[in-house]
Every structure is written in C-alpha cells, then in structure tokens.
Design a protein around this ligand. Sequence first.
Ligand SMILES: [Zn+2]
Length: 174
Amino acid sequence: MHYLEKFKYCPICGSAHFVENDFKSKRCEDCGFVYYFNAAAAVACIIENEKGELLMCRRACNPAKGTLDIVGGFVDPEESSTHAMVREMMEETGVEIREEELQFLFSIPDIYEYSKLTIHSCDTFFKMTIPSDITLKPQDDVAALMWIKKEDINPDEIGLISIRQAVVRYLSTL
Ligand SMILES: [Zn+2]
C-alpha cells in the first residue's frame, strides 16, 4: 500500500489526478504539485529518580488507552525535539525542566493507527533524573503517574511498541 493511498485529491487544485510519484510521494498531473510523506517527529523521556525508579504514565487516550507509557508526544511545527520534550513534561506532569538536562539515548521508528490513518513516527528518546519527592500533576493525556522500580516494570504492560522497545533497551544496558 502506498503511504499516501488515502490522499486521493491534489490539495492545491483539487484534481483527482493525484498519482504516485515514487514510494513516498504523489504528484498532481494537472498542476504539477508534488507532496512527500515524511515520518512525524516524536519525543519521549526515560525519567529516573535517585532511588533508581522510573516514572511511568497510565495513558488516558487512544491509541493504547489504559496501558503504561513514558512522558512524551509529537513535535509541533517550528519546534525542536528538546523544546517539545520540555513542553510535554510540563503538559503531562506539571514539572518544569530545562532542555540542557535532557541526554540523548537513541531513536526508534514506530507505526500505529490513529483516526483511520497509519501514522509513521520517528521517536527520539532522552533520559534525565528528577527528585523522587517532586510534585507530579498527571494531566493532558496522562491519567496517572507512578514511580516503578526497574525490576518491577513489566514491558508487556507498555502499549506503544516503540516505547516498549525503548524501555527494554534502556533496562538491558544497565
Ligand atoms: Zn493539482
């Protein structure tokens, strides 16, 4: 299936002659417009405290509602990956962090269904440490926040595939 199969019409002139150009782009035969399908940039952070526990979230929304997750989300237009992580941290936990505190870990691609579209994301993972007694306010698309000992984390409870892979990869390097 072509990445842009569900995009039937040229968004510039409305023509139905919006055809495959190559594996990741379509071209309008009437006005010449070309559109490339790219991965959506996303960020997430493995947050640890001084006791060696990880901060896990309970997802409030689909996809994977009710499963475990870590703090993160999509990068907005005109935003850097680190700025997105600072913003998501504030939106989901109420904790203010600085971009300089984020250490790059690795990047993992992911695929999931959302609103009848297949979303391809490119997830950048960071790590950082915050104090265990910091006040956490679960909000936005996070139903609950909890500190879990590394040895008690069950990867099967993590719903999003790239997040599960990232946590497993991080724990395996310790
Ligand atoms: Zn067109």
